[in-house]
Every structure is written in C-alpha cells, then in structure tokens.
Design a protein around this ligand. Structure first.
Ligand SMILES: NC(=O)c1ccc[n+]([C@@H]2O[C@H](COP(=O)([O-])OP(=O)(O)OC[C@H]3O[C@@H](n4cnc5c(N)ncnc54)[C@H](O)[C@@H]3O)[C@@H](O)[C@H]2O)c1
Ligand SMILES: O=c1ccn([C@@H]2O[C@H](COP(=O)(O)OP(=O)(O)O[C@H]3O[C@H](CO)[C@@H](O)[C@H](O)[C@H]3O)[C@@H](O)[C@H]2O)c(=O)[nH]1
Length: 440
C-alpha cells in the first residue's frame, strides 16, 4: 500500500514521517516548491524535536519521498491524506479553499479506487463536501471511479508531535464504508495491533470529535485563568487550587496551568470556528464563547497588570522572554507574546525580546512595531538595562536563569512571571518586585 500526504506543513510532515516509520511507503506532497526543496536536502522546515532523525532514516530506507507533483501522488497512492491548512476567515469560520483545491485535484487525477482521508481540522460536513467536489470533477471528466472518504482528525501537540503520533491516546476513524475502515486499520497497523484505542464512527461525528476535544481543553484553561484572576483579588494561590482540583480523577491535573491565555494555531481557531458552525444551525455555544472571551480578557489583563504595577509604560523598557506560543516550537500563531508586545508598545514601552526559536516568525508578525523592538541574542542580553522582565513562554532555559545575574543586569527590578516559573523560589521575592499569576 502506498500513502500520499498532501500538504507538508506541520501535520502533514509529521504524519508522513511517522507513517513511514510505521513501515509504510509514503509520498509527502506540497505546492510550496521551496519547502519540498529543503526537505529533499534533508532540512526540516519546522522546529520539532526528534523529527529529523526519523525523517533521515526513512528517506534512507527508501520509504519516504518529497515532491510537488500532485498528479503522480494521486495516481501512485492508494490512500491520500489531506493535511492542508484551514486558517480562520475574518468571521472566525474555517477557510476551506485549500481543502477544496486538493479535492478538485484528486478528482482530476484519480485513475483507480482511492481512500481520501481528511486529517485537517474541518467543519462538520466537510467530508461530504469533499466527496461532492470529487464527484463533480468526475462529471466534468465524464469518468467514474469509486472512492471513499474518511475523517481521521489529528491530535498532536506542537513540540511533542513525534511522541504524540508514535503513541496517540486514540485514533479516530470516521467512514461510511467497511472497505475504507479496513484499509485504515492497515495504514495504522502498528497502532491497531498494539493497545492504542481506535474509535470507529461516522464521518460527521469524527469531524466533531476534534472540535469538541480542543474546545474542552480551551474551556479548561480559561476556567483556571479566571480562577487565577479571582485568586489574585482574594489572596489565594491558583497553583494550589489547580493541584487540589486535579487530584480528583474526574478533573485530572492536566491543562490546569494558569498563564497569559492560550494561543497557537489550533485552540483560538477551532473554538471560534465551532461557535460559527453552531450559529449556522441556530445554536449558541455559550460555554465555548465564554472561554474565548475569557482568553481575550486574560491577555489584556497581563498588560493592565504591568501598567498598574509600574505606573504606566511611557519611557520604560521591557524584556519579553519567550515569543513562541509554547516551548519547543517556533510557532508564534496567536501567541500571547504578540498581543502583549503590541499592548505594551501602544502604551509607549520599548521592547527587548528573546526566544530560543520564535524570533524569526515573531519579527514578521510584529513588523509594524519594528521601531520599538530590539531582538536579542539571548535572555541575558534581553534583560540588560530594562525596567522589567516578563516570562511569557516557559522555555526550560528561563527556569534555569540566574536570578542574581539578572538583578545585576537590569535597571529596575520588576519581574512579571506569566508562567509561575519562579513562584516557589523565595529568593525571587527578596531580589525583585515579583508578580506571578494567580498567587502571591
Ligand atoms: N499544527 C498543529 O499542531 C495541528 C494539530 C492538529 C491538527 N491541525 C490541523 O491540521 C491542518 C494543517 O495544519 P498545519 O499546522 O500543518 O498547517 P500548515 O499551514 O503548517 O501547512 C499546510 C501546508 O499545506 C500546503 N498546501 C496548501 N494548499 C495545498 C495544495 N492545494 N496542495 C498541496 N499542498 C497544499 C501549504 O503549502 C502548507 O505547507 C489544519 O486544519 C490544522 O487545524 C494542526
Ligand atoms: O495548562 C495549560 C495547558 C496549555 N496552555 C496553553 O494552551 C495553548 C495550547 O497548548 P497545547 O495544547 O500544548 O498546544 P497545541 O500544539 O496547540 O495543541 C493543541 O492543539 C492541537 C491542534 O488542534 C491539538 O492537536 C492538540 O491535541 C492540542 O493540545 C498554549 O498557548 C499553552 O501555553 C495553558 O495555558 N495552560
């Protein structure tokens, strides 16, 4: 069996490499020639720990190839994964342009039975839309081929993508045909034969599972962030609250870390999208809408807190440590750092920024504020002569930072620790005007 993965972005690339690691013959295809050229030179265009070694050994073993040729990919593969982007439109709903483009190309080039697997996160009903799109091209071609649609949403986390794909919590297979479900068991035979739980269902349920899971996690984070806001007012400790709540197995301790609000390419996009989907059916998703609103407020609160504690921002220089939306990734899509920096610049601050991986992307996302931002070589250069240091992303090296060296380098001594990295360290309170999240 040969597998084609169309769209070699984050998900497509990791998925293609891991399927090859599972012993499958895989073609990773993308319209971006530069990306494919890099991959063919052995360069991984995303930062994802552990991925390169697996890629290299599978390319060497002849199981993994990269190309821009859609016709070849469709005609030579039995299973075609769609893993293109579904970015948000202005109104928050998902833009399906890329998915539909791929469906049209599949319809154009198909020459035998295919299983078309949707891996992108798509609105409920998109499987049907992809099916109709392929069918409409057959009508134009005046040809008929049999094919099946499968929804197989992806749950990997950036920074942990390799382990998430090698041992997922579950694999969701939404299909309307036994034949396609059997082929998917073959695609994932390594996982199917070990203890990984598989959920077989219809296409629309599979599509909705993805939104439900992401929205639930976003709600959980917004919930604990609201507890953090209240804890600050009543002098309680949100970390102890989360610890105690998490001891109840029904709640679990995961996704209960208070912080500057959730970001990334998925939670903001998918929560907005499911709210828009529900509106189309005349339903209002109040809990998810509440989480979205609370998340916006959380990011603003971080800036307000700094403004209040430091008596305004005019003429102040602030070090921002961590630009990517979380550690172990270079991804800055919807990162809290971006909103926080924009908020601080608007209030008159100058910024010195450093991130182990996110600098390049942050620079173009913050291009309009370029005059107010200096990008630094490391965390110590970033804090030199600043009034305040803000820990925005919990990179390991920021946990290990020397607080005494920091003190000697900074001009004034405010620390805003948006991830509570140093909150249990007594020294930090002796040396600094220290502001953690949701606790003293
Ligand atoms: N990034 C994540 O952590 C993650 C996790 C789970 C699910 N998802 C979902 O997976 C999907 C893909 O996300 P991503 O982050 O990998 O996107 P991405 O933007 O990183 O990559 C998408 C890729 O698709 C390519 N592409 C676009 N149109 C194409 C076409 N017609 N033919 C071939 N290639 C084409 C682009 O060139 C790009 O390389 C989205 O729906 C996303 O919501 C993402
Ligand atoms: O306790 C927590 C956990 C996470 N976050 C924030 O939540 C965001 C998302 O984090 P995470 O879920 O680790 O990253 P993603 O890579 O965006 O992964 C999410 O989105 C993916 C895309 O849909 C899904 O596949 C994953 O299952 C889902 O976890 C980040 O800004 C984190 O800082 C918190 O603030 N507190």
């Amino acid at each position: 069996m040969k597998i084609g993965v169309v769209g070699t972005g984050y998900v497509g690339l990791v998925q293609g490499i891991i399927l090859a690691e599972f012993g499958q013959q895989v073609i990773c295809m993308d319209v971006e020639k530069d990306k494919i050229d890099l991959l063919n030179k052995g360069i991984v265009p995303i930062y994802e720990p552990g991925l390169k070694a697996i890629m290299d050994r599978n390319v060497e073993a002849g199981r993994l190839t990269f190309m821009t040729d859609m016709e070849y990919t469709v005609q030579n593969c039995d299973v075609i994964f769609i893993a293109v982007g579904t970015p948000p439109k202005e109104d928050g709903s998902a833009d399906l342009t890329y998915v539909i483009d791929v469906a049209k190309n599949i319809g154009k080039f198909v020459n035998s039975y295919k299983v078309v697997v949707n891996k992108s996160t798509v609105p409920i009903g998109t499987g049907q839309l992809v099916k109709e799109t392929i069918q409409s091209i057959f009508n134009v071609r005046n040809k008929e081929y049999s094919f099946d649609i499968v929804s197989n949403p992806e749950f990997l986390r950036e920074g942990k993508a390799v382990s998430d794909c090698l041992s997922p919590d579950r694999v969701i297979i939404g299909s309307e045909s036994e034949r396609a479900a059997e082929i998917m068991k073959q695609v994932y035979k390594v996982l199917y034969q070990n203890d990984t739980p598989f959920v077989f269902t219809d296409i629309q349920t599979a599509e909705m599972i993805k939104y439900a899971a992401n929205s639930f996690l976003a709600v959980k984070i917004s919930f604990i962030n609201e507890m953090a806001l209240l804890a600050e007012k009543v002098d309680a400790n949100v970390q102890k609250i989360a610890l105690a709540m998490g001891m109840d197995e029904r709640i679990s301790p995961k996704f209960l870390q208070a912080g500057p609000g959730y970001g990334g390419s998925c939670f903001p996009k998918d929560t907005n999208d499911i709210v828009e989907i529900a509106k189309k059916y005349g339903e209002e998703l109040k809990v998810i809408q509440g989480a979205i609103d609370a998340n916006k407020k959380q990011k603003l609160r971080m800036v307000e807190k700094m403004m209040k504690s430091m008596n305004g921002m005019k003429g102040k220089t602030i070090a921002i440590l961590g630009l990517s939306f979380k550690p172990e990734t270079d991804d800055c899509r919807d990162a809290p750092s971006i909103d926080i920096i924009k908020g601080l610049c608007d209030k008159g601050a100058s910024i010195k920024a450093y991130c182990p991986q996110g600098m390049k992307e942050a620079q173009w996302r913050l291009a309009e504020f370029a005059q107010s931002i200096t990008y630094c070589e490391d965390e110590y250069e970033a804090i030199e002569n600043v009034d305040a240091a803000v820990f925005v992303t919990e990179w390991h090296q920021f946990r290990e930072i020397s607080l005494t060296k920091m003190k000697s380098l900074m001009k004034d001594h405010y620390i805003f620790d948006l991830r509570n990295l140093h909150a249990n360290n007594k020294v930090v309170r002796q040396l600094y005007k220290y502001y953690p999240v949701g606790r003293r």
